[in-house]
Design a protein around this ligand. Sequence first.
Ligand code: ADP
Length: 282
Amino acid sequence: MTTKIDGKKIAQEIRSRVAEEVAVVTDGGVPGLATVLVGNDPASAVYVANKRRAIREAGMRDFHKSLPRHSTQDEVAAVIDELAADPDVSGILLQLPLPQGLDASALINRIPVGKDVDGLTTLSAGLLARGEYGLRPCTPSGVIELLDAEGVAIKGAHAVVVGRSELVGRPMAQLLLQRDATVVVAHRHTTDLAAVTRAADILVVAAGVPGLIGPEHVKPGATIIDVGIHKTDSGLTGDVRASELHDIAARITPVPGGVGPMTIAMLMVNTLRAYAWARRSA
Ligand code: ADP
């Protein structure tokens, strides 16, 4: 029997917990998230709208800046600097991808480390690599929450991460390492992917390749976390051919309803954490 990991339910529990904690903030302030959207990419607009709704539902303040598609580097930088200086703004999220011509990494690095709720600045990545206090990228920290909620032992487990992006693969590997897993990172130059992934007790797939992982890649009894999400004619699918893994994997995350909802839940957690961090260092 393969257990489907219910990310929607686990995410909802986390969001309710954040809302409860926000309601009992007793120092007179209210945590707030500033989302910055440049241009009018429809998918990005939907993501930002979902994040803003979740923030309001958690009882936090929703600050939002929408900038035209042809904004210059300096114009976007000025908005980030303004939010960085605003004491009411606990966290800043610059929605990616940015329109062509803008240097995303330079803009992200203007976000102060204490407000970096996506955990994407160079400084946050460094704190993560060193295991020091900081805000962690939402998707990989959501994966850790899923594993914990399901009672999957991370310590001592053989974990394989497929993908080495700044957003998911790399921070995922760091987080698993921090939890004492033995970690292997596979990527597009890995010569025999199946041989690597078949060793995994925990297999996290974030390659952005529909259906990349099938039964030949999976050790019986493994826990499979599918971070991929792709629109197809027959609906949303992931990087894993989940229907072929029944009775091979012990646990698997569905797409949709697995990792996706956790990303927003962890953004709520990070916004509250950023608020508390600012208060502590004030
Ligand atoms: P994401 O944002 O989901 O992490 P990216 O497109 O930024 O996705 O990164 C994709 C990652 O997946 C890269 O690190 C790349 O090396 C890896 N990857 C892509 N194709 C394959 C493949 N066929 N086998 C293994 N790794 C792959």
